[in-house]
Write a protein that binds this ligand. Structure first.
Ligand SMILES: *Cc1c(COP(=O)(O)O)cnc(C)c1O
Length: 362
């Protein structure tokens, strides 16, 4: 591979598109005649304003974001949103959570500090290996929102159908599926994601929120830096933003637009996932841990059923140049994260390797 790079199957921070890295390299010493690197320039400069404006405009085009939604660039990763969401959306102080894994469980635990949390559905009974039926949930009449983690990075599940929220607004953590396929933004009150899974450098979250949900009449003790209105009134620049991450994300947005947008990306992602799942379904050594109907396009956990064998396979993949395939400890085995930037050749090469491994170790 070029530059001695490896096929990196990390769950995050994760693989980036090579053309984007090359462009950044080319602009490193002198960004477009500014005489500076982007990380050296004032966030109040004209040249930086253009970078953030274009990033937002390109994201709006990519996702077809309606005008009544705001795009906020917020530091603190996805995790800070676990707190920001209940703090900003609290009216009645009742929050309904669907718990399908570690991330939604953490988010629910955090929300408990700010109100009453109802877990209206959970898949914990089977180690989060499926998405529960969400067509008719006991949604609380007073619920301020219904919360989901739409793609579970650790357990490898994804929603095929959004929950019936019975008129309540839907809040979705899309961290590990952000920009992996088209998304109908108006189905949601708020979409957010940490960008280090499928877009850019860690530390930045993108929040897409319906305008009327940004309120001033929230608890006045809410830290100013956690208030959504602080971001919306100041163009995400109340203070110095994560300039570098926004710059890199902007590059990725342009790259996706140039390559056919999210429809084209979804097709590629489906093809890649099919290579993985077809292999797992035909393998006698490996099997997927997720119910077929709920399988993620992005994170593919699989096991042999034997811890020592799993460890041997992980070591063998590493020796062969496939990195970061060790599964999360709560599932064990292996996990291949095959985000947007992973080329289908990488997935095919991994499957070829696993097939060969299986034949030699039968
Ligand atoms: C990684 C991840 C998070 C946490 O992201 P940070 O930016 O590290 O806070 C939250 N939710 C999901 C679904 C994730 O994959």
């Amino acid at each position: 591979m070029k530059y001695g790079r490896v096929y990196n199957f990390s769950a995050g921070p994760a693989i980036m598109p090579e053309p984007v890295l090359e462009e950044i390299r080319d602009e490193m010493m002198n960004y477009r005649g500014s005489g500076m690197c982007v990380m050296e320039m004032s966030h109040r400069s004209k040249v930086y304003q253009q970078i953030i404006d274009e990033a937002e405009a390109d994201l709006r085009t990519l996702m077809n974001i309606p005008d009544n939604y705001k795009v906020l660039f917020i530091q603190g990763g996805a995790t800070l949103q676990f707190s920001a969401i209940p703090m900003n959306l609290c009216k009645n102080g009742v929050f309904d959570y669907i718990v399908t894994g570690s991330w939604s469980k953490k988010a629910a635990a955090e929300a408990k500090k700010y109100g009453k949390v109802n877990v209206v559905a959970s898949s914990e009974d089977k180690n989060f290996s499926y998405i529960p039926d969400v067509s008719d949930l006991p949604i609380d009449d007073d619920a301020d929102y219904v919360y989901i983690c739409e793609n579970e990075t650790i357990y490898g599940t994804t929603y095929q159908q959004l929950p019936n929220t019975k008129g309540k607004i839907l809040v979705s953590d899309q961290s590990s599926m952000f920009l992996s396929k088209p998304c109908n933004v108006s189905d949601y009150g708020l979409i957010y994601g940490g960008v280090q899974k499928n877009v850019g450098p860690a530390g930045l979250a993108i929040v897409i929120i319906r305008e009327d949900l940004i309120r001033e009449d929230i608890d006045p003790k809410t830290p100013i830096y956690l208030r959504y209105d602080t971001y919306s009134k100041n163009g995400s620049m109340y203070n110095t933003p994560n300039c570098w991450a926004i710059y890199v994300c902007g590059k990725v947005f342009k790259y996706l637009l140039k390559n056919g947008g999210l429809e084209a990306q979804a097709k590629i992602n489906e093809a890649k996932a099919k290579v993985m799942y077809d292999f797992l379904d035909s393998s006698k050594l490996f099997y997927g841990t997720v119910e077929k109907k709920d399988r993620s396009l992005m994170n593919v956990p699989f096991i042999t059923g034997d811890k020592d064998k799993d460890a041997a396979v992980v070591a063998a993949t590493k020796a062969a140049g496939f990195e970061n395939l060790k599964g999360h400890k709560s599932v064990g085995g292996l996990r291949a994260s095959i985000y947007n930037a992973m080329p289908i050749e990488g997935v095919q090469a991994l499957v070829d390797f696993l097939k060969k491994y299986e034949a030699e170790n039968a």
